[in-house]
Write a protein that binds this ligand. Sequence first.
Ligand code: FES
Length: 487
Amino acid sequence: MSHLLPLSRVVKLVGQPRHALQEMIRSGTLATFDGMVELDELLRAFPEVKWDDDAEFRRVAEIKDKAFARRVRDLVLPDKEVLAARLNELGADYAAAKSLLQHYGNVMVWLDEKIDEIEEDKSAETRHALHTLRAFLLRNLAEMPPDAVLAQAAIAQERILKVMSAHVTIQPSGHEFFVEGNDTLLDAALRNGVSLSYGCSNGNCGDCRARLVSGEVKKVRAHDYVLKQADKDAGAILLCAYAPVNDVVIEANVAGAHDIQMQRLGAKVKSVEMFNSQMAALHVLTPRSQRLRYLGGQSIEVSIDGVRGRYAIASCPCEDRNIELQIPHRPGDAFAEAVFTTLKAGDAVALEGPFGEFVLDEDSPRPAIFLAFGVGFAPIKSLIQHAMSLELVESMDLHWLADAAGHYQDNLCRTWADALDNFNYVPHAATDELEAVLKGIVVDYPDLHRFDVYAAGTAAQLELARAHFVRQGLPEVRWFAGATDIY
Ligand code: FES
């Protein structure tokens, strides 16, 4: 009886990133069957994994959390009704497996009796053959196969994952993520950087309405928005109020930059982080009941007492209510002056946005080159973190061409490179010879036609870089640029 596992669960079980497993499948070192991996194949391909706990997965997750400065979440149990339903399902699985075993036991008894019957009136030769057959069956039933202990541990680990989390596939976009703890479908999607459409996030507006295609969900939060019985019969659910019981497929709209409406909300300053005399980060926290909807790479306007400025968001949309803005100390920028002199934790600020269309192409699994010119690092940082949370991009190379503010988050970039095997970081010192640097970068990519390039800098820097990359073979449509001198 073969035990098949979906690739998304194998990712969790072996603690390897999805792109690494996909590479193994492409190269033939990991066999799949209809996108599933057989348990025996899993044990063969990963002989070194310790199946008795999920330490490897937690270790990798912790490295990523630290590298991306995420708040490490406590292990939270699912909602009690969801938990009860999952345990019920597990109980049904166990009962089915037990009755199958009982059936096999009965077949063995029947076979034994049959052999007795046949032995009575057959030749000595036949009796000897039947005797040998019986001995073979009894010996093999008594002996456990050598990898049975590993197989049991792997299955047990997979069962625990199934109780603690459920896998979600979004159609038609193909995004995938896990819902863990007591998150709703919407909470988990946002935490994983998937920008599903929503409005109030507390059951009032109906904007997060979606359709359950397969699997089972349970309502875990009350909602005032009324779903008519006919809608429910057609599979309608509210993403902000439901959680999956088992692995589900949901039909839902993933928002692009055009779909996200302008928002205005108040926020509190959490901290001001001074990188150096030219560059600071402003960390703000939105109210518990309100998130700012945005995509990695966008910008927002922030103001205090009528003094305002527009800056790149440097955080990931998956960071919930926490937003980081990076603020260059430019002459004549009154808001930046306040950040560098008087603004402090607890101050109230107003946010308006998001602006801009410099966002990830979430349909592209191509390797990506990120090109940050000076303070263009801010939107690039946001894009990189967003790409990481989506786990879509095959590999990421970051080239940071410094200006007078320097590589003010150099350590962070090096941590990313240390933590992630598909991430490379190349810092380039501040120079007047920009052309020479760009030439040096593109010659390292003889196969530029395979890449996407995301670049952020001034309009002049971007135009120069675009010309170099396109001349070297990058398709024009795979060049994505965000100008920083429009803020
Ligand atoms: S977001 Fe408003 S009802 Fe779900």
